[in-house]
Design a protein around this ligand. Structure first.
Ligand code: ATP
Length: 478
């Protein structure tokens, strides 16, 4: 049994949430304001906090810094009304577990409580907890959390870090996060693109030169190694370095001294080294295409970033975050997404990983900037076709259950394409049924509340419930 606090001044919602969590076997503490909430949070060892944004004595998000200092480190689920999305996004970046927008279905509450408490329990088992500024890193799959914990463990030291993983998994993003979380964060983060270094100019680019060192050297030029002094040197795509250039790197990485071209004496630079590659450096050492001494110099602390297909739980969060940031950048209203679109994204294997997901959403949004919602039709055809093929191969072809209600499999994917009218009817029935289920759940069966929320007359609502065979114990008082 976990301890859950609900801070919300909406009595109806507070009761609904409390009842739901009690049924799950948890102990509930409720508060209607920030000040009442603080009293509970100080007195009890709380595991999960539901926090409303608009509270009578201030903005709920202001409580987050207080919550961060609580020894039990509760998970926080932000409750928002329409229009609070900005603050909610910010709270996620500040470590909140998730945010839910009212009205919220019971199933959604149950799922979030289960997941957040599972995560909280696992987190308690990690012996030392190091706080981490995760910046723009989105995702909460166990695989990603493991990498974040590794960052937290190594950021504070000067250990050399080797980031490995397929293209687009976020190696550069993680390298930046290590820098930002280190005590060098106020100093430069210098990227060396090892794949694009012209072999002939490599020494000049890395070590710099003084005026007159060679024809065309008209001024003194600082090299990347000097620029990284005091900060972090990030060797991106280090596996692409030709053997000859590897030798040039080795000495400066080992001894941190170098000689700018044309200069008589050597100079030193104090940098922290991070490298990244999508190649298997160990195998390359075996094939004599990568120097073993350089490999062991780089491989101080290895963080392997898993491909997106191995952590599909992150797809939805990444997609929502990208849609939000792309729409803000384009100065267009933030688009909604239908579950079918997420399903297509979910079933794709993303060989280009997070970068490909981001570019796909960029294309989808820009293809129809004024559409308020992203439908599967907005996605590139190869990704949609991939989804259709996977549906077909799983033989999910039958559209209806015994009541004739569309059950979630798309009839357009079945062997026989239905007429447009049939297709629309199946979809409409499914939508109606889902809406009514949620409506009645959130109204706790109160027919007056359900009519007010839905805008339906009492007789129309009864007719609809009957036609969908939805039997509810209804309450009539207002
Ligand atoms: N967990 C994440 N959260 C948010 N954005 C991410 C995440 N992972 C990757 N990205 C984004 O995906 C894109 C690719 O990431 P990045 O350049 O760090 O990948 P990479 O592994 O270094 O790729 P490459 O090997 O091709 O250089 C960037 O726009 C980055 O911001």
């Amino acid at each position: 049994m976990a301890k859950i606090t609900i801070i919300d001044d909406d009595q109806f919602f507070q009761d609904l949430l409390a009842e739901n969590c009690q049924l799950m076997g948890h102990e509930i503490f409720t508060a209607g304001s920030i000040s009442e909430g603080k009293v509970i949070l100080s007195a009890e060892s709380i595991d999960l906090l539901f926090l409303d944004v608009r509270l009578p004595d201030g903005n709920g998000l202001d409580l987050l810094s207080f919550v961060r200092e609580i020894p039990s480190a509760p998970e926080v689920i932000i409750i928002t009304g329409a229009g609070d999305l900005n603050g909610a996004e910010l709270s996620i970046k500040n470590g909140a577990w998730d945010y839910l927008q009212k009205p919220i279905a019971r199933q959604e509450i149950t799922l979030q409580v289960t997941r957040a408490l599972e995560y909280h329990e696992k987190k308690q088992q990690v012996p030392s907890h190091v706080s981490l500024n995760r910046d723009d890193i989105v995702g909460k799959s166990p695989q990603l959390c493991k990498c974040l914990n590794q960052i937290a463990a190594c950021a504070g030291s000067d250990t050399t870090v080797l980031l490995t993983g397929e293209t687009g998994t976020g190696k550069e993003l993680f390298a930046q996060a290590i820098h930002v979380n280190s005590n060098r964060s106020r100093q430069p983060f210098i990227v060396v693109d090892c794949a694009g270094l012209p072999e002939k100019l490599i020494e000049s680019i890395l070590f710099g030169h003084i005026k007159g060192a060679f024809t065309g050297a008209d001024t003194n030029q600082k090299g990347l190694i000097e620029q990284a002094d005091g900060g972090t040197l990030f060797l991106d795509e280090v596996g692409e370095l030709p053997l000859e250039s590897q030798k040039t790197f080795l000495r400066v990485l080992q001894e941190k001294i170098y000689r700018p071209l044309g200069k008589g004496k050597e100079v030193s630079s104090n940098f922290r080294l991070i490298a990244a590659t999508n190649r298997d450096l160990f195998a390359m050492v075996g094939q004599n295409t990568f120097r073993s001494d350089l490999f062991y110099r780089l491989n101080g602390f290895n963080i392997h970033l898993p491909p997106l297909r191995e952590r599909p739980e992150d797809i939805e969060n990444l997609a929502m975050s990208f849609i939000f940031s792309i729409c803000c950048r384009e100065k267009i209203p933030v688009k909604g997404v239908v579950p079918e679109t997420l399903q297509v994204l979910f079933h794709y294997s993303w060989p280009g990983n997070v970068r490909e997901l981001k570019q796909t959403l960029e294309k989808a949004i820009l293809a129809d900037p004024i559409a308020p919602v992203l439908y599967p039709i907005h996605l590139p055809s190869e990704i949609r076709l991939n989804h259709i093929h996977s549906l077909v191969s799983r033989k999910q072809l039958l559209p209806s259950d015994s009541t004739g209600v569309f059950t979630g499999n798309d009839p357009a994917e079945s062997d026989i394409l239905p007429t447009f009218k049939e297709y629309r009817k199946l979809y409409q029935q499914d939508m109606e049924k889902r809406y009514l289920q949620r409506l009645m759940g959130e109204s706790s069966g109160n027919i007056v509340v359900a009519c007010r929320t839905s805008g339906l007359s009492r007789s129309r609502l009864y007719d609809l419930l009957k036609s969908h065979s939805l039997l509810y114990r209804t309450v009539s008082e207002s």
